[in-house]
Write a protein that binds this ligand. Sequence first.
Ligand SMILES: NC(=O)NCCC[C@H](N)C(=O)O
Length: 399
Amino acid sequence: MTTSSPLGVHSEVGRLRTVLLHRPGNELRRLTPRNNDALLFDGIPWVDRAQDEHDAFAEALRSRGVEVLLLAELLAQTLALPDAREQAVALTTTDLRLGDQLRGWLRHYLTDLGPEQLAEVLVAGLRNDERDGPRTLVTALMAEDDFVIDPLPNLLFTRDSSVWIGDRPAVTSLAMPARQRETQLTELIYSFHPRFADASPIYGWDQEHVEGGDVLALAEGVLAIGVGERTTPAGVERLARTVFSLDLAHTVVAVPIDQERATMHLDTIATMVDVDAMVMYPNVAHRLSARIVRADGDDLVVGEPLHFLDAAAQAMGISELRLIDTGLDPVTAEREQWDDGNNTLALAPTVAVAYERNTETNARLEAAGIEVLAISGSELGSGRGGPRCMSCPIARDPL
Ligand SMILES: NC(=O)NCCC[C@H](N)C(=O)O
């Protein structure tokens, strides 16, 4: 691993140097038509193909000089450390569904695993019928295919389970039960892995809900934070206080978004592709409002609602935030928004990774002078997340 790039993210579009991805693994093989809704997937992905698509995504980033860190590798390296391991086992076995007997067995079982095996079980989960431990009242009453440890198929979307704000990683607090354990793993990595020794984590999985997909670094010291299905009003308030008190930001633009699956995070409707330009879903763009939030000592000063684009431009100190619409007509735009056409990952100003399937939106981006690196995501997209959702930038050059 190289340590050449200083860790930290001060914008959405500064040249990307280091990014955290998670190559989808056996946790995706747990999805069935019976559990995919609860596990937040809209279908059953073909796992081998999803892995190929993800490998191509990682390769596209590497080909542009980006260092790709893989979450499973960082996790296994972290779990080689005794304190991290102990914390991982303790947190995983607090689940009240287990009961004391099963919990006791599970503690021993997990403690005896090597770091790679432990990482695999924490991510892919453990089914009742995969255990060779004693039968307890709980395991007897559970179905054979119930999970003793739930799988984490949404770990693929590394954007949500942590977000770097300036030079500190924030461990988020995920709203949906299927995702809550993800942040115990990101917290372990940032707290114990030597790569992050100089960057202690802020926030925490036990605080008010905030998901990384709702947090956009509009400019140095300026964050837009969506408030909707995932991030709560209290989450924005807590995060704003935290980043202001640590001098990691001076302005938060709080943006209410519809509480619907199609718009689960702010980055499903808008992402930045240049220092002053966003690709945005036109069906909501013109009615999106926002409030500018700043600090006055320990108090938060909350502005009146403004149009989002005006609030963002004002907070960024620019005259106008340019808008590039999601493709063509309202119906095409709706289809391409659903397929994450708005969810681009900027590699530098005017260079962005996007799903190839969103041809109309990509054509508009190109017409606006944005270089689009198109990747395929037919299987990856079945979890409803695009290139931005599947990536957590760790180092970007300052603008
Ligand atoms: N930032 C994002 O929009 N992430 C996509 C998360 C998709 C995942 N299946 C979820 O529902 O949480």
